[in-house]
Design a protein around this ligand. Sequence first.
Ligand code: F6R
Length: 602
Amino acid sequence: MCGIIGYIGDRKACDVIVSGLKRLEYRGYDSVGVVTENGGTLHIRKGAGKIGELEKKLGLSELPGTRGIGHTRWATHGIPDDTNAHPHTDCTGRIALVHNGIIENYLELKEELLKRGHIFKSDTDTEVIAHLIEEELKTAANFEEALRRALNRLKGSFALGIIYSGDGEHLYFVRNESPLVLGIGKGEMFAASDVPAFLPYTNRAVFIDDGEYVILSKEGYIVKDFRTGEVREKDVHTIEWSLKMAEKQGYPHFMLKEIHEQPKAVKEAIYGNAEGIADIAEEIAGYDKIFIVAMGTSYHAAIAGKYLFQRLARKVPVVEEASEFRYEAEGLLDENTLVIAITQSGETADTLAAIKLAKRNGAKTLSIVNVVGSMATRISDLVLYTHAGPEIGVAATKTYTTQLTVLAMLAIALARHLGTADEQLLNALEKRLYELPDLIAEALKHEENLKELAEALRDRKDFFYIGRGISVATALEGALKLKEISYIHAEGLSAGELKHGPLALIEDSVPVVAVAPSGRTFDKIVSNIEEAKARKGFIISLGDNDELMKISDVFIRMPEVDELLSPILYVVPLQLLAYHLAVLRGNDPDKPRNLAKSVTVE
Ligand code: F6R
C-alpha cells in the first residue's frame, strides 16, 4: 500500500532513500520517486516501474543533497504512470510530498482549490495535499502552521513525508491510519513506513501514532498532535531484527527464503511464547463469547484457530473477516466479549478497525502479531508475538505457520487452565509441537518433487484444494497461495462441499489437491477423493496413510503428526508448489501483480 521513506543527515540522501525503497518495495511497486533538496532547490525524479529498472534510467542516485524523501507506489487513485508517481508538488514547486493512504475528501478539496486557481498535474488524491498546504501558507505564520491547518481538513488515511524548499533544516512526516516509524541515528534521522527501510543505519525506532506529525531535523525530532498542537513524548524502542534477516541470503526470492526459514521461525514462535502463554490463557479463560478476526492468510489461521479452540478448550469462536466484522459487530460486543485479531503486519486497515470497534464497545482485545510495535500491538489489551522475523515476500508463508503455532499453544494452555482436555493428550500435543521444526524440515525435502509436479501442471487453468476439519484452513491457504503468485484460478473448500456444486467443474485432468492427514475424517476425505477421481480429476494427495498412494496420481508423504497440528506442516508443500508454478510461469513471486503486503487502506 505504498512505502515512504525520508532521510536527513550528512550522507547523500538519495543513496539512503534508494536503498530504503528497495526494502520497502513489498508495499507497492507500480512506480517510484525521490526528491532531495540542495541549496534551496528541490530535485525530483519519478516514473512508472520498479526501482530496479528506474534507478539508473532516472539517475536516482545522482540527486544532490543530504535531505530528501522517497516513495514506492501501489496505485489507488490514478493509473500507475509517470505523472501520477509521487512526489507531488504544489503550484510553486516549493512543496513536495509523498503519501501512503487514501484522501477520502479529495474531490471536494480539489474543486475548492481549482476555484482558487490551483493547477493540478496528476489524477491522484495526494496532489491536493500539496496545494492545500500551499493555500494555507498564504495566511499562516509559518510552514508548520500551514501544515497543521491542512492536515485538519483531510479525511482518510495518510502517512506523509513532506519537504519544503523554504525550510532547509527539516523534513515533516504525518501519520493517520497508515504506518510511520522514525529511525534514530547519531546526527541523522530517518522516517519510513517500516523498520527494514532504515535497518542498515539504526535499530532505534520511535513508532508514530494516529493524529501525530513529526518535525525531523539532523539532531532529533519533535512529535506533536496535529489536532491540538501539543507535544507528545515518545518511547524509543530497540529493534531486535537484524539487516541480514531482511536480505535474500542467496535465495532467488524472499518467498523461497521465508518458506525455508519455517523450521527456525516456528521454533522461535514456540520458545518466544512458552513462558507467557499460560498467563494470557488465564486472562482470556473466562470469556465465552469470542470472535477471531483477520484478513487473507491470517484469516485462514483464524479458521484453524476455531478448530483448535473447539476441540481443546470447548469454546466456539465466531471467525469473521475483519472487513465484515467491522460493519456487522456493532451491538454484538460488550465487556464479556473477547476479540482475537490476527495480523502479520499489525497495520491492516480492516483488522485495526475491528480492534478499535471491539475496544469502543468494551470488549477485551488480544492481537497475534508479527511486527513489533505495529499499531495492532499498541491498541490491543493483550499481545502475542509470532516471532517470525521480517517477512518481505508479499505472500505470507512463515508468518502463517507461526500464527498457527501460537494459536495451537494458546488453545493447549487454555484447555489446561480450564481442564477441558485430557492432560495426557495436551502433553502429547505439546511434545509434538516442539518436534514440529524438524518435521517441517522433513516436509521441505519434497521440494524437488514439487518442482517436477509444477513442471507437469504449469499450463493448467484451474485447481481445487479440498480438506476436512482443521484441514479446510490448509485447503483455503493452498489455493490462496496459488492464486496470488501463479495467477492460476484456484478454489479451496471443505471436501464435504464438493458434491454440492463444485464437483461439476471437475473434469479430465483438473488438479484436485487433497489435504488428508490421518484423523477423525480421514475415511470421509478418501471418499471425496474417489468422487473427484471418478470424474477424471488429477489427484494430488498429502497425507501419512499409504491408502492415499493407491487412489492418487501424486502422493506427497507427510511426517505423522496429530491432525490438530497438521496445518503447520501440510501448508509447506503447498507453498512450494505455488512458488515453483509462479517461477515457471515467469512471475515474480515476491511482487505479485496488483497486490501489496500491507493493506493499509480499506
Ligand atoms: C496473502 C497475504 C495476505 C495477508 C492479508 C492480511 O499471502 O499475505 O492475504 O495475509 O493481507 O495481512 P496481515 O496479516 O498483515 O493483517
